[in-house]
Ligand binder design. Structure first.
Ligand SMILES: [Zn+2]
Ligand SMILES: [Zn+2]
Length: 396
């Protein structure tokens, strides 16, 4: 791989500059028009088939020739509605918008990877798809891309993605061997009571008292009806209801999320909540509406796939260590949708900032740019693991 790595060294300045340009110009989900244009312009200089999909997404295909599998790499492109406070010279030039989740780095890594692998395509057999995906932060670009055929024509056999991590040092690549992140669903409950005067509560139905019971019961439900060895969390982050202190409230709205790392558990949880609501509201003579909306699914890595490549990845130049992380994250990630279709892996790319290390989604978030090269090396190595032309002899 020596010649690949020496070309990667040459590309590092461009890699960092690409990241900074994208960082200066953040765009929200499905509004990544300039980012899309920038990606297309970059790819047009290379010999690739380019398609736009899911409004602002880009899918590029590199045909290396020969007989081999098709693998895909995905980078998310969107930024967050945050006012940047890093004070960096390449800070966001757009008020109220910021790349605070590292997606600028993900795009830069994938662009440089495309250039690198195009240079060495004669050493590979098969095809590579580069998927630039909008709207990971919401409402989700993975599903529309899959629906529009991003994994088809040619059929993708394996897919990979990474996410910059400020919890791991540069050079460390983290991987959860099975479940990597949780499903995230939204829960809206409306309790309907009956308004009345505070002096005659028995003639009304107090939606606030019913809601109080529902809130308590919801937390009890999770600890009494679900095996405690499972991970599930329900957070009600918004409650609203009532008009005045001396009026019996006729309506209360509760809004929250349910997250779990167990797909089977997720199947049954809305039914449990519904049954609890039926019981409590009927006891008080109240009514309810439940709107349970499914968000991103559980992200499950292919442990089998990981097992087969662990040693090679661990000994790759630029990767100090491949670290297995036992605990899944209760964050959610729409890369999960791709993994419902094809086996793949989602890596955590160590990029802990050398000074002032803030977590992602923080207005002072930044990461160590030396990690970008590690990201390219990781993906390049994966391409060579799966697509290396077996007919050529000697070292690449
Ligand atoms: Zn994020
Ligand atoms: Zn992110």
């Amino acid at each position: 791989m020596d010649k690949v790595w020496s070309y990667l060294e040459q590309l590092e300045t461009e890699l960092i500059s690409l990241r900074r340009t994208i960082h200066k110009n953040p765009e929200l989900g499905f509004k990544e028009f300039k980012t899309q244009e920038r990606i297309i312009n970059f790819l047009t200089d290379l010999d690739l088939e380019i398609e736009t999909m899911a409004k602002t997404g880009v899918v590029a295909l590199l045909d290396c020739g020969g007989v081999g599998p098709t693998i895909a790499f995905r980078a998310d492109m969107d930024a967050l509605p945050l006012q940047e406070q890093t004070g960096l010279e390449y800070a966001s030039q757009k008020k109220g918008l910021m790349h605070a989740c590292g997606h600028d780095g993900h795009v830069a890594i994938l662009l440089i990877l495309t250039k690198l692998l195009t240079r060495f395509k004669n050493d590979l057999s098969g095809k590579i798809k580069f998927i630039f995906q909008p709207a990971e932060e919401g409402p989700g670009g993975a599903k529309p891309l899959i629906d529009e055929g991003a994994l088809k024509n040619p059929e993708v056999d394996k897919i990979f993605a990474l996410h910059i991590s400020n919890e791991l040092e540069t050079g460390i690549v983290g991987i959860q061997p099975e479940v990597a992140s949780a499903s995230s669903d939204e829960l809206d409950i409306t309790i309907r009571g009956k308004a009345g005067h505070v002096s005659t509560p028995h003639e009304g139905v107090d939606a606030i008292v019913v809601a109080a019971n529902v809130i308590t019961a919801l937390q009890n439900l999770l600890t009494r009806q679900i095996d405690p060895l499972n991970t599930i969390t329900c957070n009600l982050g918004l409650i609203e209801g009532g008009d005045r202190r001396n009026i019996i409230a006729d309506e209360v709205k509760l809004k929250g999320t349910v997250r779990t790392t167990n797909p089977e558990l997720r199947e049954g949880v809305s039914e449990k909540i519904k049954n609890m609501l039926i019981g409590i509201t009927s006891a008080y003579g109240a009514g309810f509406e439940l709107d349970y909306r499914r968000g991103y699914p559980v992200l499950a890595n292919s442990s089998q796939l990981l097992e087969g490549m662990k040693v090679e990845l661990d000994s790759t130049d630029y990767i100090k260590a491949l670290r297995e992380i036992k605990e899944p994250s209760l964050g959610s990630e729409d890369f999960a949708y791709y993994l419902q279709e094809v086996p793949g892996l989602f890596f955590r790319l160590g990029a802990k900032a050398k000074v002032s290390n803030y977590s992602c989604h923080h207005p002072k978030f930044n990461f160590d740019e030396a990690a970008l090269k590690v990201g390219v090396a990781l993906f390049a190595k994966l391409a060579f693991i799966f697509l290396q032309n077996k007919n050529i002899s000697g070292k690449i």
